[in-house]
Design a protein. Structure first.
Length: 471
């Protein structure tokens, strides 16, 4: 089925959901009606709004409200379906029905797009309808369209940044006040930055969905949320934040998507893979991402010809997300008026997903030990046995550490049972699997009380001089 390209005197919109974002979309459509008409060429009118409880929307004309979302989507006068209801079902079936019927779709549903993006893109391609979803990642920040269109002639190598405002607010509060995770989360909830159930944010699910969408677009490979390695911020402590500060770093929850080069003997682009991961990491305070505080988002895109590009702004919020939704709606409406089509899905590369165990980065490891003769040499030996090279080591508590301990020269450092101490180890780049094996082995040492914390150290393209040695 193809889109009807006959001349239109108006664009009729079906809105699915009228919550925080949906209500702002309604407001902006009303307030900017004349300007939007001038930009599109014909008026944009709301044909109906599907909600579960109409009585909760007294500010919306009753004649627009309906509980029959399927019936609204199926109406023959509807041109564009704007989905802001969230969740996988019934949103998936409703949008598939709309696309198969040739209706354009605008969605802010990151979870749905990360899980069912391929099905939606296929339905849009088969019917000739448009599928837009700028609002699904980074709120008001224009990000997906530049990746998909402005950089269409370039080769993107990395997309990395802060894509969840709730976790960035929490980590920023921990950094600025010295508060622990629980207190910072409570403050985020009190100020409205965290949901009553913050699981999707603090455990990294939200960021993983966004990473899947970004990786799919940047590397022309279908990536789902299940392909993204995910770690949240629950285990980040005030001690971790203080340790990062001492090293000239700060801690951020990062979404990192990279096209990883394969064997150099392979032809360009062949043998490559895609790495997509979300985790808290230390980054140098000299990096622009380190200064992104509060609920703001920022994303770096690195391309061969364009070089590094930074996108920064409000990553969430009703008016901010509604701005992105309206941008997509205007694009879809224009296409309906002139008979054009938006950009097609380009998942042609089919690159494999790199396992997290193969991902190479640096690590900051806190090891609680009994400060006794030979402990530093024993710890250093475990790192060496697993191929993880130590850049720096520092002892906190107990006797003072000597950097020569990294070479095993502490065998006669005092004798006796000593006191409890913490070894702060920063490594050179190593595969994740090697670091994990090292941590497991350390836990088995008689002189080690436990591994208190492990945080990755990401230079994000810049040498981390403050942490000892070049990357």
């Amino acid at each position: 089925m193809s889109v009807d390209q006959t001349a239109k005197d108006r664009i009729t919109v079906a809105l699915l959901g009228c919550g925080v974002v949906g209500s702002q979309v309604v407001r902006l459509l009303r307030e900017q009606a004349d300007e939007l008409t001038a930009r599109v060429g014909v008026p944009i009118e709301i044909g109906g709004i599907a909600v579960r409880r109409p009585q909760r929307h007294p500010d919306v004309p009753a004649e627009l409200l309906t509980t029959d979302a399927a019936g609204l989507v199926a109406r023959p006068d509807v041109d564009v379906v704007v989905e802001l209801m969230g969740g996988i079902e019934p949103a998936r079936d409703l949008l598939l029905d709309a696309l198969k019927a040739g209706r354009s779709v605008v969605s802010a549903n990151k979870a749905l797009l990360a899980e069912e993006g391929e099905a939606l893109a296929t339905a849009a391609r088969d019917s000739g309808a448009d599928l837009y979803y700028e609002a699904s990642v980074a709120g008001a920040i224009p990000l997906l369209r530049p990746i998909q269109q402005s950089l269409a002639g370039d080769r993107i190598r990395r997309v990395a940044g802060i894509v969840n405002g709730t976790t960035n607010f929490i980590l920023s509060a921990m950094e600025s006040t010295g508060a622990g995770y629980a207190d910072a989360l409570e403050e985020a909830g009190r100020l409205g930055y965290a949901e009553a159930d913050p699981t999707a944010d603090v455990d990294g699910y939200d960021a993983a969905s966004k990473a899947a969408i970004l990786a799919s677009l940047a590397f022309h490979t279908r990536v789902t949320a299940a392909d993204v390695h995910r770690e949240g911020i629950r285990e980040v402590t005030a001690t971790d934040i203080a340790s990062a500060r001492a090293l000239g770093c700060t801690v951020k929850l990062l979404a990192i998507c990279e096209q990883v080069a394969g064997d150099s003997r392979e032809a360009e682009g062949h043998g490559d893979s895609v790495s997509a991961r979300v985790y808290p990491a230390m980054i140098p305070k000299s990096h622009p991402l380190a200064s992104v505080s509060g609920a703001f988002n920022a994303v770096f895109v690195e391309a061969d010809a364009a070089g590094p590009l930074m996108f920064y702004g409000q990553g969430a919020g009703g008016p901010q997300t509604a701005s992105a939704v309206l941008g997509d709606l205007v694009a879809a409406a224009r296409n309906r008026v002139i008979g054009g089509r938006g950009p097609r899905d380009t998942a042609y590369a089919h690159l494999p997903i790199q396992p997290i165990g193969e991902v190479r980065t640096r690590y900051h490891v806190n090891v609680d030990v009994h400060d006794r003769a030979g402990v530093l040499a024993a710890v250093a030996s475990v790192f060496a046995e697993h191929g993880v090279s130590i850049a720096t080591v520092k002892q906190e508590g107990g006797r003072e550490a000597d950097d020569s301990a990294t070479t095993g020269d502490d065998a006669d450092h005092g004798g006796g049972q000593g006191t409890d101490a913490t070894l702060v180890v920063v490594t050179h780049e190593a595969p994740d699997a090697a670091l994990r094996a090292t941590v497991d082995a350390l836990s088995g040492l008689e002189s080690v009380r436990g591994v208190a914390s492990v945080l990755r150290v990401e230079g994000l393209g810049r040498p981390v001089h403050a942490l000892g040695g070049a990357q």
